[in-house]
Each structure stands twice: as structure tokens, then as C-alpha cells.
Design a protein around this ligand. Structure first.
Ligand code: HEC
Ligand SMILES: [Cu+2]
Length: 383
């Protein structure tokens, strides 16, 4: 490409407009094209307004001076003022289309990441099925948002879909955003920057925070998607390849079911389900497992493992009274091991459902008999 990161030099104007350094060659190209359109428009604005003001004054009505007859046609002039600006527009179109194609065309050998969007969060699944459990606030005192690791100097292709409404995956430093739809894949490709020797980020995943080579780029949702839209953010962390590979291994290493459940809750359920009893879009998980729930058809049952499983995979089968039926299905999103983790986590939050490993309950995965209350009432509720 003719514009590369090396040729990027920001001045006060580009800093004012773009706010952040471009982090890829495609971003440098986008900035250059934007500035070209800016100066193109500026040139014609100043030219036309200048001539207009000059002529308004020069040919103003003066007493005793008869109004000059205006010429009504001049073919050479009309050709010039049509052809010159249109060829400028043609150049803008060709460059814009070219830049767009560079971004949306998948590159062979690119790292393929699956991006999931939902109200209100992002998740990225790596090719080996790993998911990053790490999170950090974007600014001091803010919520935690997930951190997604990508290796430096590598082409990355995103395959994105939404579980509910339309979102838009936006990485400002790449000057690229793309809508994310339910029931359809979209995506774009970018080349991650090569790190400079002086770039470090803080890795808080261990016992002690430590500095590792890396660069954090912001990710936002660029489509207004509901009340927590502004909190639909994440960090894209560019790290050296060996750090990236070590991270993927650690994500895949065995995690305790309760911990796995907590991570999944934090990244995928916490927008709607609290764990401290406070109300949300969905019912809280505190003291939920093992307790009675009243459904919107007036029946009731005791929340057990099968009910929880159905709620996750077929959420509309039973709707809790007083709540909207807007929980997305996690069919195909949450696998068996992950569901076991969520169940263990929910049980650990309830005084009627100690986690299976807490006192040996539920080790066989069969939940019958674990509910402390007799569960006969369930039958009436379920028909
Ligand atoms: C967009 C908001 C939203 C998200 C995200 C969400 N849920 Fe829900 N959930 C709801 C709503 C609303 C209900 C109540 C209506 C119903 O029963 O479907 C509910 C109900 C449930 C129930 C039944 C709860 C009860 O008290 O009886 C379970 C279990 C559940 N969700 C699990 C999950 C899990 C696990 C996740 C994450 C993997 C999740 N939900 C993510 C909105 C959400
Ligand atoms: Cu969104």
C-alpha cells in the first residue's frame, strides 16, 4: 500500500480529528484519504465562497448604474466546471472503494477470530476454542471489560455475529467498524501493528501485576443498541507471538467449574443477571438455585439443574413471572463443560445449592435428590 505506518505523521489537525494514532497501514490510508477529501472540500469551499463574496460586492446595485445583462450560456466554462470537480469525485470513489475492499477481503493465512456480540458485551473465541477470561477497566474506577489478545504483526480476520440486535465492532485505532447482525456473519481484516521496543501493558492475570510488551487498543460498539450501549467495550491487546501463545494455553488449562462459571457469567450473563440479589433485566442468581420460581402462566416449580439448563438453551420454554422474554438462547454458544461451570457457580451462590465440590453433592451430575426441599411441587407446575 502506498501509505504505511512509517509514513504516518500526525499534526495538530489530524490529532484533533482522529484522536488516536493510526495502528495499521489501512488506518494510515484511511486517514490520508479522509484528509484528501477534507482539503478537496476546503479548496472548493474557499474558492466558491470567495468568488461569491467578491462578485456580490463588485456587481452590487448602485444608483445610476444600469444592471449588466448576464450571459446565459458558455459551453467551455460549463464543461470545465463539470469535468474538473467530477474527476476529483471519481478519484475519491476509486480510492475509497479500494480501501474498503482491502479491509473486507479475507487474507489467506490470517488468524480467524469468532466475535460474538450481545446486549451488552463482546466475546472472542480463538480457533482452538479458548476464550479470554481476562478483563480490565478502560479508565480508573470503571467496569471491567474483556481483554482480547492478538499477536503482533499478523493479519487477523474477524467473523462476527450477534445474539440479539445489530451491534457494530469498532476499533478506532484501525479506523474500521463493521455492523454485527443476528443470523448472518460479517467481518473485516486488519493487520496488527508491530510493537515498538518501548511499548508495555500491565498484565494482571497473575498473582502480581507485571509489565509485558504490548499495546492496548480500544474496542467499542458503534451502533446504538440499548441502554447499556455505552458500556459495550473491550480491549484488544497486541502482544508478541510467544506471549499470545502462552496466553491461549493458559486459557485452555483446566479451570475449576465454579471459576469457569464465574468467568462466563462475567463475560456473558452479567449484563442481565446480578449475583448480589439486585434486580436487573433478568432475575438475580443469588439464592436462586433450589428456590421456588413463579412462571408467567401462574405455575411454579423449584429451580433445579434441568430447569436451569432449559433456561439457558431454550429460554422461552418457561418465562419467569414479571420478566420479559428477551433472554437470548445460548444453544451452540455454551458447551456442556461451560454449562456445568455455570450451574456450579449458580449453586455456589445459593444457600440451598452448595456447589457440587463443596460437600460432595452432585458429583454424578444427576441432580435428583439434591434439592433440600421435597421437589414434588415441581410436578404440579410442569404438567
Ligand atoms: C439480555 C439479557 C440476558 C442475558 C445476557 C442473559 N439472560 Fe438469562 N434471563 C434473562 C431474562 C429477562 C430472564 C427471565 C425471563 C425468562 O425466564 O426467560 C432470564 C432467565 C434466566 C434463567 C432462569 C432464571 C430464574 O430465575 O428462573 C437462567 C438460569 C438464566 N437466565 C441463565 C442465563 C445465563 C447462564 C446467561 C449467560 C450465559 C444469561 N442468562 C444471560 C435475560 C438475560
Ligand atoms: Cu452494541
Amino acid at each position: 500500500m502506498m501509505f504505511t505506518l512509517a509514513s504516518s505523521n500526525q499534526n495538530w489537525l489530524t490529532r484533533l480529528i482522529f484522536r488516536s494514532e493510526p495502528a495499521s497501514n489501512a488506518a494510515v490510508f484511511t486517514d490520508a484519504l479522509f484528509m484528501m477529501i477534507f482539503w478537496f472540500s476546503m479548496f472548493f469551499f474557499v474558492l466558491l465562497m470567495g468568488l461569491m463574496i467578491y462578485w456580490t460586492i463588485k456587481y452590487r446595485r448602485r444608483p445610476g448604474v444600469p444592471a449588466p445583462v448576464s450571459p446565459h450560456h458558455n459551453t467551455p466554462l460549463e464543461i470545465i466546471w463539470t469535468v474538473v470537480p467530477s474527476s476529483g469525485l471519481l478519484v475519491i470513489f476509486v480510492l475509497g472503494f479500494w480501501g474498503y475492499m482491502e479491509k473486507v477481503t479475507p487474507v489467506s493465512g490470517a488468524l480467524e477470530l469468532k466475535v460474538d456480540a450481545w446486549k451488552w458485551g463482546w466475546n472472542i473465541t480463538y480457533p482452538n476454542g479458548a476464550e479470554s477470561p481476562e478483563a480490565q477497566p478502560l479508565s480508573e474506577g470503571d467496569w471491567d471489560f474483556p481483554i482480547f489478545y492478538v499477536p503482533e504483526d499478523t493479519p487477523v480476520s474477524l467473523r462476527m455475529s450477534s445474539q440479539d440486535v445489530i451491534h457494530a465492532f469498532w476499533i478506532p485505532a484501525f479506523r474500521t467498524k463493521m455492523d454485527v447482525y443476528p443470523n448472518r456473519y460479517t467481518g473485516f481484516t486488519f493487520h496488527t501493528p508491530r510493537l515498538r521496543a518501548d511499548e508495555f501493558v500491565t498484565d494482571t492475570s497473575g498473582d502480581e501485576p507485571r509489565q509485558i510488551p504490548g499495546r492496548d487498543l480500544w474496542v467499542f460498539c458503534a451502533e446504538y443498541c440499548g441502554e447499556e450501549h455505552s458500556r459495550m467495550a473491550a480491549t484488544l491487546r497486541v502482544v508478541p507471538r510467544n506471549v499470545y501463545e502462552a496466553k491461549l494455553e493458559s486459557f485452555m488449562a483446566d479451570v475449576e467449574p465454579v471459576e469457569l462459571g464465574r468467568r462466563l457469567w462475567a463475560t456473558r450473563c452479567s449484563a442481565c443477571h446480578s449475583i448480589d440479589g439486585s434486580p436487573g433485566t433478568g432475575p438475580t442468581w443469588k439464592d436462586s438455585y433450589g428456590y421456588e420460581v413463579i412462571l408467567n402462566d401462574g405455575t411454579s416449580l423449584i429451580r433445579d439443574a434441568n430447569y436451569m439448563r432449559e433456561s439457558v438453551y431454550v429460554p422461552n420454554a418457561k418465562i419467569v413471572a414479571g420478566y420479559p422474554a428477551n433472554m437470548p438462547s445460548f444453544q451452540g454458544q455454551i458447551n456442556e463443560q461451560q454449562f456445568e461451570g455455570i450451574l456450579a457457580f449458580m449453586r455456589s451462590l445459593s444457600d440451598r445449592g452448595p456447589a457440587p465440590d463443596a460437600n460432595g453433592n452432585g458429583e454424578n451430575g444427576n441432580d435428583n435428590g439434591n434439592a433440600p426441599e421435597p421437589s414434588d411441587t415441581t410436578d404440579g407446575g410442569e404438567q
